[in-house]
Design a protein around this ligand. Structure first.
Ligand SMILES: [Zn+2]
Length: 366
């Protein structure tokens, strides 16, 4: 039926690819509370307010709880499954690539095989139930890991090779370890056939800590096929022009962990888009910072006055920038184009309002 779909519902139904999602920031508060209790840990607050910390130390306390609470294969299977379910229910993700940091969990007794096989079990169940495919990216948090630990992680990945683990990622504060520190590990990952990405030029880093030149280092020295964040690139028009020319994909996240930075970041994402960069909106740490993929898209579209043309471009950007095999990518491209055509035909052309509620009645595809 033509013209029946409100813009908020349309945007929630647009098929999406999520490429910037950390499993540590995507655990439901209720699940974290249950797993922590089952593993004999004390909660700092009741489950309902677990993610409502007062200050930075409160935030670190919850991060630490998350690292301590996930210990067994079944724990990882549960969070993997629930993450895929949330991506499906809150914004119609069709494919998800999930960052996980093995070094968060190994000090507490979980082994790399338990972590990875648990996650694979969870995402496989999610795919069977919701039709959402998922891949995994093994990550190094440079605030807590040394380059030698990146090599150690690669050793685990080689010893326990799994088709679902397609790449390596570098996260955590850029000031703690600029890109060139990781050259040896990232080159080794490339030789082993892994895709590579890195968090770079995040706008909570100064231009000294995360300068645009780091994009060049990630590309040329680390061999990254994709980059996460990238906002500080705007300070150097030459590097922006190169990134546009080379169609470098940037997985951006409009819901910054630093609340006053959310508005400015949404404008930076628009500037990156307008400069011809390939951007793909992601959620980063959705449950921890109270957002969903649908909410992130609605927020970004409301802030930037975007409509269906931008929705189509961002939706298809996700397919192109994903690390799916070429045949699966081709299939998804066709599916996405057909779904977008059908949604366009149903969209109420006069409606441009966007509901910015995080949780809202869920429109179902079809
Ligand atoms: Zn991130």
């Amino acid at each position: 039926m033509a013209g029946a779909l409100a813009f908020s519902d349309y945007l929630d139904l647009v098929p999406k690819v999520e490429l910037h999602l950390h499993i540590a920031g995507a655990v439901r508060a209720s699940t974290l509370a249950e797993l922590a209790t089952a593993n004999g840990l004390q909660l700092p607050r009741p489950a309902a307010t677990l993610y409502q910390w007062k200050d930075f130390y409160g935030f670190l306390e919850v991060l630490r709880l998350g690292a301590l609470a996930l210990r067994h294969r079944a724990d990882f299977a549960r969070v993997g499954y629930e993450c895929v379910e949330d991506m499906h229910r809150h914004g119609n993700a069709r494919h998800v690539e999930i960052f996980f940091n093995p070094h968060y969990y190994t000090p507490n007794g979980a082994t790399y095989p338990e972590i990875v096989d648990g996650l694979i079990e969870g995402i496989a169940r999610g795919e069977a139930e919701f039709g959402v495919s998922a891949l995994l990216i093994s990550c190094i948090d440079r605030s807590v890991c040394l380059p030698s630990e990146a090599l150690e992680m690669l050793g685990w990945m080689e010893k326990h090779k799994r088709a679902q683990v397609v790449g390596v990622g570098l996260d955590g504060a850029e000031r703690a370890g600029p890109p060139l520190v990781w050259v040896e590990a990232w080159r080794q990952a490339g030789r082993a056939g892994y895709k590579r990405t890195a968090h770079v030029c995040e706008d909570n880093q100064t231009l000294f800590e995360g300068p645009p030149e780091h994009v060049v280092h990630c590309r040329d020295a680390l061999g990254c096929e994709r980059l996460d964040h990238g906002y500080n690139i705007l300070a150097n028009p030459d590097i922006v022009a190169r990134a546009a020319r080379e169609a470098m994909p940037f997985t951006v996240a409009c819901w910054s962990s630093i609340v006053p930075n959310r508005g400015p970041r949404q404008q930076r994402i628009k500037k990156m888009f307008d400069a011809g960069l390939i951007v793909i909106p992601g959620t980063d740490d959705p449950t921890m910072f109270a957002t969903t993929i649908g909410h992130g898209w609605r927020t970004l579209f409301a802030a930037n006055g975007w409509h269906k043309a931008e929705a189509r471009r961002l939706s298809l950007n996700g397919v192109e920038a994903s690390w799916l095999p070429e045949d699966r990518k081709a299939k998804l491209r066709v599916e996405f184009a057909a779904a977008l055509d059908a949604l366009d035909a149903r969209l109420d052309p006069a409606d441009r309002t966007l509901d910015l509620a995080i949780e809202r009645p869920r429109p179902m595809p079809g």
